[in-house]
Design a protein around this ligand. Structure first.
Ligand SMILES: Nc1ncnc2c1ncn2[C@@H]1O[C@H](COP(=O)(O)OP(=O)(O)OP(=O)(O)O)[C@@H](O)[C@H]1O
Ligand SMILES: [Mg+2]
Length: 279
C-alpha cells in the first residue's frame, strides 16, 4: 500500500516586504512601527513593533503567533482603529485606517458582555445603537445565535452561561454588523481544551457561512494550524514577521486533520521556531 502525503505545507521566511495588491488585499501593514511613549514609572519608551510588513487577503484566515509582548495585540488594535502607527501605514482596502468602524469587529480573550443585558440584548446592542430597525436586526440575531448554537438562550443573562457560551455570544455580537474583518485576540485562551476545539470548529464553520477575513491571535500552535490558511510567526519584541507559513489544507476541516502527518510536522516546525523566540 502506498500512502501519499500531499505536500500540504509550505514554509518560507518573510524578511522582506511582501508584494501586495490593493485589489486583493484586505489589510496591509506597510513598514509599520509602533513606539509607546514612556508612561508612569516605566523607564523609557517601548518599541512594540518595528518595520512590519504584512498583506492579508480578503476572506483569508490568518493567525498571528509569537512570544508574549511581541506586539500582537498592538497590531490588532491598529487594524481595529484603537491604536495608530508611529511610522508607516495600516491600510484597509487600500485606505489608511483612521478610526474604528462597523466593517471590523473584535472578539477579546475575556468575554466582555454586559451582565445586566440578556444574550439577545448583548448581541443586538451595537446595531440597535446605530439606528438599524428591529425588523432587520432581530432576524439577524436569531440566525447568528443559531449559528453559534445558542438558540433558546436568548433571554439568559451572562452569569447563567458557561465561558464557552459567553464567547459564542461575543462572536454573534461581532458578526451581527456583518464585518468584513473579524479580529480575534486570543479568543479561546480561557477555555478548556475540549471547548476550545469545538470553538475552533465553529470559527471554520462560521467562515464557510459568512466568509469574513479573520485575523486570529493565539499562543496555541495547534490552534493556529487547525484554523488558519496562513500563520505569521512573530519574533520577540520589537515584533517582525519571522515565518510566513501557508496551511494548504482545504476547508472545512475535520478533526482527522489534527492527526495527519502534515499537521504534526507543521506543528513541530512552528513549536521549534517559537521556542527560539522565547529564549
Ligand atoms: N498602551 C500601551 N502603553 C504602553 N506600552 C504598551 C501599551 N500596549 C502595549 N504596550 C507594550 O508594547 C509591547 C507589546 O505589547 P502587546 O500587548 O502588543 O503584546 P502581545 O504580543 O499582544 O503580548 P501577549 O501575548 O502577552 O498578549 C509590550 O512591551 C507592552 O508593554
Ligand atoms: Mg496580546
Amino acid at each position: 500500500m502506498t500512502i501519499h502525503h500531499k505536500p500540504a505545507l509550505h514554509l518560507m521566511t518573510s524578511q522582506t516586504q511582501p508584494t501586495y495588491n490593493a485589489a486583493e488585499d484586505k489589510v496591509v501593514f506597510e513598514d509599520v512601527s509602533k513606539t509607546y511613549p514612556q508612561s508612569g514609572a516605566a523607564a523609557g519608551s517601548t518599541v512594540a513593533i518595528k518595520s512590519l510588513n504584512i498583506a492579508i487577503k480578503t476572506a483569508e484566515i490568518v493567525s498571528i503567533l509569537g512570544p508574549t509582548g511581541c506586539g500582537k495585540s498592538t497590531a490588532m488594535n491598529m487594524i481595529a482603529g484603537f491604536e495608530f502607527p508611529t511610522q508607516g501605514r495600516v491600510l484597509l482596502d487600500g485606505k489608511p485606517i483612521l478610526a474604528p468602524g462597523p466593517d471590523r469587529a473584535v472578539v477579546f480573550q475575556q468575554a466582555s458582555l454586559f451582565p445586566w443585558l440578556s444574550v439577545f440584548e448583548n448581541v443586538v446592542l451595537g446595531v440597535k445603537s446605530r439606528g438599524i430597525s428591529p425588523d432587520v436586526y432581530a432576524g439577524r440575531a436569531e440566525q447568528l445565535l443559531k449559528a453559534v448554537k445558542l438558540s433558546g438562550f436568548e433571554k439568559h443573562y451572562p452569569y447563567q452561561l458557561s465561558g464557552g457560551m459567553q464567547q459564542r455570544v461575543q462572536i454573534a455580537r461581532a458578526l451581527i454588523s456583518e464585518p468584513e474583518v473579524l479580529l480575534m485576540d486570543e479568543p479561546f485562551g480561557a477555555l478548556d481544551s475540549q471547548t476550545r476545539l469545538m470553538m475552533q470548529e465553529l470559527v471554520l464553520q462560521l467562515w464557510t457561512e459568512f466568509r469574513p477575513t479573520i485575523i486570529f491571535i493565539t499562543h496555541d500552535v495547534a490552534e493556529a494550524v487547525f484554523v488558519s490558511d496562513r500563520i505569521l510567526l512573530m519574533s520577540s519584541r520589537p515584533g517582525r514577521v519571522k515565518l510566513d507559513v501557508s496551511v494548504d489544507e482545504p476547508k472545512p476541516r475535520s478533526q482527522d486533520f489534527l492527526v495527519s502527518s502534515s499537521f504534526v510536522d507543521l506543528q513541530a516546525s512552528l513549536l521549534s521556531a517559537l521556542k527560539e523566540e522565547v529564549h
